[in-house]
Design a protein around this ligand. Structure first.
Ligand SMILES: Nc1nc2c(c(=O)[nH]1)N[C@H]1C(S)=C(S)[C@@H](COP(=O)(O)O)O[C@H]1N2
Ligand SMILES: [Mo]
Length: 314
């Protein structure tokens, strides 16, 4: 074991805050629950322990500052800095998630009740935006599959549709004459994609509640698809029998398909998808990285698309 001066230790090697807090929670457990009660509430979900999932990448995570200040969230404006600047107005308490459509157990759930049954896992995932940049984000969340099993989809259910909140009084990008998209922001997955173990609903980043600009209090993460499939601030999850309408596909079907699996071999009509810029890596002078098929998750997900022409189903 070599001893190094602090300046030799890369920021990525320093224990992230939430892991540190988890250790403290474990220690608190060892000395008894009375002491644990006196610790500050550090968890943003009912489950106190966040376990690191083996499905995580060990690539260094993007800084919290970059993750929370370079965003796409058109409900708050179209510039990358708009969501951070404008999303403070969004009220995320109380928050209701409606589950409806082809399920045996539909309902309007308070967020706390909705997430209570599930153990949080840390999932460090690459995120590749269709615009050609990427980040590595340490999410806290739980598999969407767990929720779907709970609400019992009927046999006719073939897709899952999602909607974001519409509340112009709190979402500046939903006000005014020119609107970037037709609200609500909508997304969808095939049921088998939604059930895949990599697909999660996230409630946190770096062990803290998900910031408004990243999709508080609940957002979808599908790491093998372009970032826009990861719908933010979800208020509705519907099980449906037909492929649902999705916002970017409605806006420009030629440029944004329903599937939108990350694919370096299928260029966007206006730019190449072969490479990407990793946010935080030395700005415009950094070397672009090669984009990987299915964003590097092909071993886990390619079989979902066997026999499908990925140029047709883009
Ligand atoms: N409701 C909603 N969800 C959204 C978007 C949006 O504009 N509105 N932008 C998408 C896009 S294009 C990307 S790349 C990711 C960005 O997530 P991040 O800001 O947390 O990095 O959110 C996706 N989810
Ligand atoms: Mo994106």
């Amino acid at each position: 074991m070599l001893f190094r001066r602090p300046s030799d230790i890369a920021p990525s090697e320093i224990t992230p805050k939430h892991i540190f807090l988890n250790r403290r929670q474990i220690m608190a457990g060892a000395i008894g629950s009375a002491a644990a009660i006196m610790l500050p509430a550090v968890s943003h979900a009912a489950s106190l322990q966040v376990t690191k999932s083996p499905l995580s990448t060990d690539e260094p995570a993007t800084s919290l500052d970059d993750i929370t200040s370079y965003n796409n969230f058109y409900e708050f404006g179209t510039d990358k800095s708009d969501p951070k600047a404008n999303s403070g107005t969004l009220k995320t308490k109380p928050w209701t998630v409606k589950v409806d459509g082809l399920v045996d157990k539909p309902g309007d759930y308070q967020l706390e009740d909705f997430i209570k049954p599930y153990a949080l896992e840390e999932r460090v995932y690459r995120m590749r935006c269709v615009e050609g940049w990427s980040m590595v984000i340490p999410w806290d969340g739980f598999p969407l599959a767990e929720v779907l099993k709970q609400v019992a989809p009927q046999s006719a259910a073939k897709y899952v549709a999602f909607e974001t909140l519409v509340r112009p009084a709190e979402m500046s990008g939903q006000r005014g004459f020119l609107q970037a998209l037709d609200w609500p922001y909508r997304e969808g997955l095939r049921l088998d994609e939604a059930m895949h173990p990599l697909t999660i609903l996230a409630t946190g980043i770096y062990g803290e509640p998900i910031p408004n600009q990243n999709g508080a209090p609940l957002r979808l993460v599908v790491p093998w698809k372009y970032g826009f499939k990861g719908i933010k601030s979800i208020v509705r999850i519907s099980l449906v029998d037909k492929q649902p309408q999705t916002s970017w596909n409605m806006q420009n079907a030629r440029e944004y398909g329903f599937y939108s699996n990350v694919n370096p071999a299928v260029d966007h009509p206006r730019w190449s998808q072969a490479t990407e810029r990793r946010i935080g890596e030395g700005g415009i002078f950094a070397k672009r990285r090669p984009t990987l098929p299915f964003n590097g998750y092909g071993d886990q997900v390619a079989s979902l698309y066997s026999g499908m022409d990925l140029r047709t189903y883009y």
